[in-house]
Each structure stands twice: as structure tokens, then as C-alpha cells.
Design a protein around this ligand. Sequence first.
Ligand code: G6P
Ligand code: ZN
Length: 547
Amino acid sequence: MTAPLPIKTVATKPFNDQRPGTSGLRKKTRVFQQPHYLANFVQSIFSSLEGFAGKALVVGGDGRFFNREAIQLILKMAAANGFGEIIVGRSGILSTPAASAVIRHDKAFGGIVLSASHNPGGPDADFGIKYNISNGGPAPEKITEAIFAHSKAIESYKTVEAADIDIDSLGETFIGATKVRIIDPVAIYRDLMASLFDFAAIRALFASGFTMKFDAMSAVTGPYAKAILEGDLGAAPGTVLNGEPLPDFGHHHPDPNLVHCKHLYDLAMSDASPDICAASDGDGDRNLVIGRGQFVTPSDSLAIIAANAHLAPGYKSGIAGVARSMPTSAAADRVAHKLHVGMYETPTGWKFFGNLLDAGKVTICGEESAGAGSNHVREKDGLWAILMWLNVLAARKQSVKEIVRAHWAEYGRNYYSRHDYEEVATEGANALVAALRAKLPTLAGQQFGALTVESADDFAYLDPIDGSMSRQQGVRILFAGGSRIVYRLSGTGTSGATLRVYIERYEPDAARHDLETQAALADLIALAEQLADISKHTGRDKPSVIT
Ligand code: G6P
Ligand code: ZN
């Protein structure tokens, strides 16, 4: 330890746009590069916390442009604010799930993850920062609102004068009295995965000729995927594509959906398809799984994981319950029902799962937005979901397609699609939601063609653990027979508003499980436009992204 450094108090003025969204504060990189902008937010985080003096803070990010500069600033401010130790992923790299794992493993007070998730990176793209608490999960709204309140009143922040820390070499150093420990970003996470999954069975699967392509999209998961898939599990070299994290993600848009991973989809639908194609996003918490000739929707993936988790050693004694975000399809509900375990419907945002996981109410969680995870960390986890699929494939000795088909035959199929209207004018989007809300009381009982509205509301969630209430989490229109239309404004965009329309139809009849999804949902899609006047309010006659 070296002697404490004098604390420098820097005068500043508030920015008024630092309210964390669905997952931390996300803005254009240039917004973060304004003088004092990041420092104000970091100080607002620290000012919202109590009892961290002398304790450890984990810091890392997805490697995007401005990651390194942000880390140097955070290191000095964390030292000035009195953290005892700062644990940093080498070269500033920590995937979101790995950061969660390190916080838990090293019993840190909390962590800061630098990422704008699946948004592109670079000087003209996006940057983000989020705070995670000691359970490894995203800060709950109580803390994010406190951060926002501090950010609106801030007059100064604390830092120290110190040389930049070498974050590229493993080992320990000090900023004054604060220890800085640079760790291997992969090791703790890799051990955790080995403790949950049957690596020997998956190794045998690969040894028997099973083939895979995993696209890390030049974002954070490359080092993790190479170490685990090609290293521990013996997948052929070249299984991992775009495996080096790059500051601009090599101009990839690291969102593992069917638009930005069309190449994987096309490969999986071709004669040259490997047994499984998969991808993750910028910070490693999302997943995409496509079997040969079979795309797996995130909602189906959650249901299939819940139904098969007992095949993986880490879950062999069964699961305590399942949670999904409200817009996620009800496929998982049917599994929970059959397993006689609890089912929880939460607002969008992984932070809402934290209390349920901590209380042992649920083991598996998932969202339509390509996220799945379990109680092993408190974030969704892209590679975890993919390893779970590999474990299930190895145990069942069936293809992805066979497993999906058998699942539908057993539980029925929830046809599901999300239509996004990205970067529309905020005013129009707000007007659309306001008009829908006004209409809600009149909808129940109304008939639209073959569809009868059973109920309609603006989703509100009462957290069963801490009693907190979250209102206005999405307008949902539920129809007799299990069909649904849900409307929500995204909380993760960085310019304008994004309207998400989630459309779902339940089909119990196995003879009708082969329809093309958009065709199967056609009447609901038309009704979604009719009920919300989407084109009038957004000026768009079709969605920008369909997933
Ligand atoms: C992030 C969050 C998820 C959320 C997703 C979509 O990835 O971690 O929990 O489902 O964003 O959020 P949005 O508000 O854009 O629909
Ligand atoms: Zn992400």
C-alpha cells in the first residue's frame, strides 16, 4: 500500500439527462466525451451508495471505443471516493455476465460495467455505463433513481492526481491507498461454466463430429468463447468467428438478431449448415441459437431451457421456478405449470429478476430480447445459454430441430414476433401510447374478427419480495385463447423513441406448427396497427426491424 493521495475536488454543473434507462445510462459516445459528463455520473453513482469504504469495486467493459479512457477515470475517482480495492479485467475487458460472476466470486461491494450492450460502438456510435450491486445484478430502481437525483444536483466530484494505470498486465498496483488488481477476464467465468455443465459430454459431442459456428461479432465474447468452446470443449479451430474484441466492433452491429446475424441464419438454412449456429452481443449477455434449419426464438429458448435444465449437472435437482419479462411469450409458463414450479411475470429489464433469484423463488429467467440466464449470476448470460443448449443436445442426442419440434408437440407453439419502429419522433410515440392508454377501459369484451379481447391494461408489477411497485410497463391486450398484442417504448435507445410491438398467438394443434410466423400472426399484426394507429403516430408504414 502507498500513502493516500490528496483528494482533488473538481467543481462541476449538473447535466439533466443522466437518468439510467432499462440498463444503465446509454448515450452517444460524444455525449460521454463532453468534459465532466462521465465524471458527474460516476460521482452520482458513488454518492448514492453507502458503506463501501475499504471495499472492492469490479470494473470492466465490452472493449468498445472510450472503454479504456472511462476506466482510467473511474479508477481515480473510485480511489478518491474511498474504495479499498478495484478489480479490473485485463485490457478493460469483462463481459456483463463475467462482471457479475467476479462481483459474486470476490464478494465485491459492486461493479461498474461499461457497455452499450448490442448498440454499435465507436466515436459516432454509442457508449454506456451501469452499476451492479453486491449480488452481481443491475442496480434496482431505488438506486438508479438516487443516481439520477444526485446527477441533477451535483456540484463537484472527487478524484486524485495519478498516472494512468497499466491495465494490460495482470497483477497488483496501488493508487494511493487503493489496491488495483488486474485479473484474467475469463478465468472465474470459465470455472463457473465448468461447474454447471457436463463439459465431458459436450467434449464427446464435438469429438463425434458435431459442428458449430459462434459469431462473437468482434465484441467481448471472443476470448470467452475461444477459451471455452475451442479450448475446454474441443470445438474445431475456427468455430469462433470474429473472436477479437475491437473498439468499433469491426463495424459489426453486435446485436444477435436475424437482421444483424442474417449471415448465420442463411448459413443455418443452407445445405452447408453446421449443427448449431450461435452468437452473442456487444457485452456478452444476449444469445442467438439457430439449429440446422431451425431458428429458436428467445421465448421458445427460455421454455426449452426450463424444460431441460435438469440435464445439466448444475441444475440436476430441478428448478425452483421460472421468470420472464411481460412481453416474452407465455411458452415458459406452460413448462412451469407442468413442472409445478413458480412462474413470475416481470417488467422488461433484467434488474427485476434479481430479487426473485436472491430469494430462491426462481432458477431460470429469460426475456424475448434474446436474454436467458439463471441463478449462477445476476445478469443474463449469452454463452451460458449456448452452453446449456450444447449440454441438452449432448444429453438428448437429438438435433436442435428435433428438440424444438418435440417441445411444440408437447406444449403447443407460441407463434411470436416483435415489430420495432426505431428512432421515431418521441412526441408521436408518446401520443400513440397516451391514446392507447385512454382506450384501455373500452377494449375488454370487444370483438375484432375472430379475436375477442379478454382484458387490456397497462402492466404494473408489484415486486413480491420488496413490495416495490413499477407502473406503466407496457400496454397489453389479451385475447381469448392466449393471443396477445403488447406495446412498449424501448428504454435502451439513444436517439428518438423506439416503439416495440410484441405479437403472440398460441397454437395447440401440432398439425398447425409449420406456418410461417408472420403469416400465422397476420390478423394480429393488422389489428395492432388498427388499434394503435401506428402509421399515423410514427409516420412509418412498416417496422424497421422484425424479429
Ligand atoms: C437490455 C436489458 C434487457 C431488456 C432489453 C430490451 O438488454 O438488459 O433486460 O430486455 O435491454 O430493452 P428495451 O427497453 O430496449 O426493450
Ligand atoms: Zn447486452
